[in-house]
Ligand binder design. Structure first.
Ligand code: AMP
Length: 442
């Protein structure tokens, strides 16, 4: 079995890995590190959870350390671009950990925080800069940074970059980078648009791929409960109260949806926080800090905000709403079962989400195991406390999404169960499939 000590990394890096308790490289690390040490470009299909951060960080640190020099003011030697602030912070933490016995500086720049301190940090020059594209270009426009001296460029989560509309920013960055450099390009998926973006940056790259999205989720036990949209909140609250859940991420599709779920859970005495794009950076960091430290067991997140959340011990992922892009489901459930652990993913699927579910099952080649609603669901759900702000009149929200759980809110009575199709396929797949109550869908 390959060990980190077989890879030829500089001794201080090996020492830092030993201090973190890493002995065995992950598959992406085994494939990528040797070719990156040779200075080749790399195009990697890998997603968060595979160990890709160390795969690009370790050989890069090795190169920088082999040629230690004082960074040139207003420049960086290595640039890592991340689509989100959370991921940028996470990458910076990893780089600092892995370089703790080396004399290399690591800085992050991203929006949502004052730019002054970032300008000051860059004035001295830095070895490793982790940035989101928007703030990076702001700093360049303010003459606080030049990319002229970049030796190693990493573009992480390219598919997410495109989803977030960073294509023009990336094309600008491409023009500002020196031709002579090493480039590492990572994406969880590689559709045509992404590989074309890669071609723009890469020069004769080695291509490596680990656990394509369809198979990443094999270690996650995946369940589905068919439920009316109006019943989802009750089901979630009861599940979080009842189950032995160590730490869970709950995904909603909208920011308002995330806030609404938090209000309902808090009203039921369940400690949780939301993390999404409308939250300020300090709010996001606070929520993540509470989650990481275990002060709260539940974090409610939108997809974008959840990128880059690397918290160990997430035992469950709940899909309060299914994502409309199947790959996103894989990203979500990849938050549990990280670094060899096993995890549980539970999806609450309303009638109008069935098509998304079919897309997910096609992509992952996994048929989700159906769990019926608990027998006493209606009574228990009705007894749940509701948040002070929730009014029965507020049945339809502006984003068209869920009203608070029907039973719990004393709204229209639920329609009775009506099996829509014969369950089959997976063992234990005995959950009845019900029609939504008409007005409950999004
Ligand atoms: P990443 O895919 O880079 O987000 O890494 C996923 C998680 O695995 C992070 O918590 C890393 O610290 C951890 N990790 C990465 N490489 C290893 C390794 N070789 N051994 C143990 N844990 C690792």
């Amino acid at each position: 079995m390959t060990k980190f000590t077989d890879l030829g990394l500089a001794e201080p890096i090996e020492r830092a890995l030993a201090a973190k308790g890493y002995e065995t490289p992950t598959p992406i690390q085994i494939k990528a590190i040797p070719v990156l040490l040779q200075g080749r470009d790399l195009c990697g299909i890998a997603q968060t959870g595979t160990g890709k951060t160390a795969a690009f960080a370790l050989p890069s640190l090795h190169h920088l350390a082999a040629d230690l020099k004082r960074p040139i003011p207003l420049s960086c030697r290595m640039l890592i671009l991340s689509p989100t602030r959370e991921l940028a912070s996470q990458i910076a933490v990893s780089c600092r950990d892995y370089s703790k016995f080396l004399r290399l500086s690591v800085e992050t720049v991203f929006g949502g925080v004052p730019i002054g301190r970032q300008i000051k940090a860059l004035s001295r020059g830095v070895d490793i800069l982790v940035a989101t594209p928007g703030r990076l270009l702001d700093l360049i426009d303010q003459n606080a940074l030049s990319l002229r001296n970049v030796e190693i460029f990493v573009l992480d989560e390219a598919d997410q970059m495109l989803d977030l509309g960073f294509i023009h920013a990336l094309k600008r960055v491409d023009k500002l980078l020196p031709k002579k450099r090493q480039t590492l390009f990572f994406s969880a998926t590689m559709p045509k648009a992404i590989s074309e973006l890669g071609d723009r940056f890469l020069n004769d790259p080695i291509r490596v791929s680990v656990t394509p999205p369809a198979t990443t989720a094999e270690r996650v036990d995946q369940y589905v409960t068919y439920v009316n949209q109006t019943e989802k909140q009750g089901l979630l609250t009861l599940t979080l109260q009842d189950e032995k859940i160590e730490r869970a991420l709950i995904f909603t599709r909208t920011k308002h949806g995330a806030d609404r779920v938090v209000k309902h859970l808090q009203a039921a005495g369940i400690g949780c926080e939301a993390i999404h794009g409308n939250k300020s950076q300090p709010q996001r960091e606070r929520a993540l800090g509470l989650f990481r430290s275990g002060s709260i067991k539940f974090l409610v997140a939108t997809d974008i905000a959840a990128r880059g959340i690397d918290v160990s011990g997430v035992s469950h992922v709940f899909n309060f709403e299914l994502p409309n892009v199947a790959e996103q489901y894989v990203h979500r459930i990849g938050r549990t079962a990280r670094a060899g652990a096993t995890g549980i993913a539970m999806s609450f699927v309303a009638e109008d989400e069935r098509a998304y579910l079919r897309g997910i099952e096609r992509l992952t080649k996994v048929k989700l195991t159906s769990i019926p609603l608990p027998a006493d669901f209606m009574e228990k759900s009705r007894a749940l406390p509701k948040p002070a702000a929730a009014r029965p009149t507020a049945q339809r929200r502006h984003d068209g999404s869920a009203r608070p759980a029907g039973g719990a809110e004393g709204e229209r009575p639920r329609r009775p169960f009506r099996p829509a199709r014969k369950p089959g396929g997976v063992g234990g797949h005995k959950g009845a499939v019900r029609k939504t109550g008409g007005g409950g869908g999004r």
